[in-house]
Design a protein around this ligand. Structure first.
Ligand SMILES: Nc1ncnc2c1ncn2[C@@H]1O[C@H](COP(=O)(O)OP(=O)(O)OP(=O)(O)O)[C@@H](O)[C@H]1O
Ligand SMILES: [Mg+2]
Length: 298
């Protein structure tokens, strides 16, 4: 086994990205802004975001805590209204949530009172499919995510990784054009997380879908993304868009290569918040008082 994988020399990054840019634009943000009220003051969280995402791209969004990553995903999902600008999917302005934009959020949990199968059947039933049709579609996706043995279990009987697999199946059964994922693997242990990354890569390479994936984890972003959108905080603006010019398929061993490490350095540098880019809410973190009952004895 080769423990020091070499950078594939026949990978032509220019050709790869040119091909992406020739595909139709599936999602476009035009001068998108979000202003929230914060302690009686208006606060611009997202400022004039311009972004074009092409069909079948894998986009990762990174940036310091509070820079507006979740705000942006919620707006694209159609869950929140926004202050100004536009969001277009396939050239049409979005109005609210739609099955064409599937969601897998860390806090966007499964219905606890429904089984795995019933959770996945939910979308097709809502769309008006008959019970047998919804069940067949659910079964197909449950097989794809490899949870056929668990189809009659309830969410509380599953591990965190399994729950996120069900959440992915529940979104994909609706055949969305775009899959929005906000820190979907954030609560998983490193090993499960790595397996989920691979699973997601496999899914993405085999189905016609565009993925927008928010993460704190820069290695994860580099491993998964075609392009990384680095946001800065206060206000949330696009700092830079990085083309990840590493060959696919990508394996975690790629992290040991010089190419990966160099990219990682650049991404670290971009995300490292400058003084004026820190979310003001984080500056108010209180000093923890000494609890009298805490013993200093070992
Ligand atoms: N509904 C809301 N009303 C008021 N302020 C909000 C609202 N939602 C988010 N904010 C503020 O907007 C800023 C950006 O929040 P957001 O959750 O988008 O950050 P994030 O980049 O996802 O951070 P994290 O990495 O910690 O998840 C924060 O300062 C937050 O307090
Ligand atoms: Mg967030």
């Amino acid at each position: 086994m080769n423990h020091h994988p070499q950078y594939a020399t026949d990978f032509d990054a220019n050709a790869y990205f040119n091909a992406i840019y020739q595909r139709p634009i599936i999602l476009e943000a035009k001068k998108l802004s979000q202003i929230f009220k914060y302690q009686q003051q208006e606060r611009t969280v997202l400022k004039q975001i311009d972004l074009k995402i092409h069909k079948r791209e894998f986009i990762c969004i990174i940036g310091p805590s509070g820079c507006g990553k979740s705000t942006l995903s919620r707006i694209v999902a159609g869950l929140d209204p926004y202050s100004s600008g536009e969001i277009l999917v396939d050239g049409t302005k979005i109005h609210g949530p739609s099955p064409e934009r599937g969601m897998v959020f860390q806090g966007y949990t499964l219905f606890p009172w429904k089984t795995v199968k019933e959770n996945v059947m939910f979308g097709p039933l809502m769309k008006g499919s008959s019970n047998p049709v919804a069940e067949a579609a659910a079964r197909e996706w449950i097989n794809i995510i490899g949870l056929e043995k668990y189809e009659n279990q309830y969410p509380h009987q599953l591990s965190g990784g399994m729950k996120q697999r069900v959440a992915i199946a529940r979104a994909l059964v609706n055949e969305p054009k775009i899959l929005l994922m906000d820190e979907p693997f954030g609560a998983l242990d490193p090993h499960t997380r790595q397996k989920m990354q691979k699973h997601l890569m496999d899914l993405w390479q085999n189905i016609d879908i565009t993925i927008i994936f928010v993460t704190h984890d820069m290695d994860e972003a580099i491993l998964l993304a075609d392009r990384i959108v680095a946001l800065k905080a206060n206000p949330g603006e696009i700092k830079e868009i990085i083309e990840v010019n590493l060959p696919r398929p990508r394996h975690p061993e790629l992290m040991t290569t010089t190419e990966f490490k160099n990219l990682r350095k650049r991404v670290d540098f971009l995300v490292h918040a400058q003084e004026d880019e820190i979310d003001p809410a984080l500056e108010d973190l209180p000093k923890i008082p000494r609890m009298t009952q805490v013993s200093t004895h070992k």
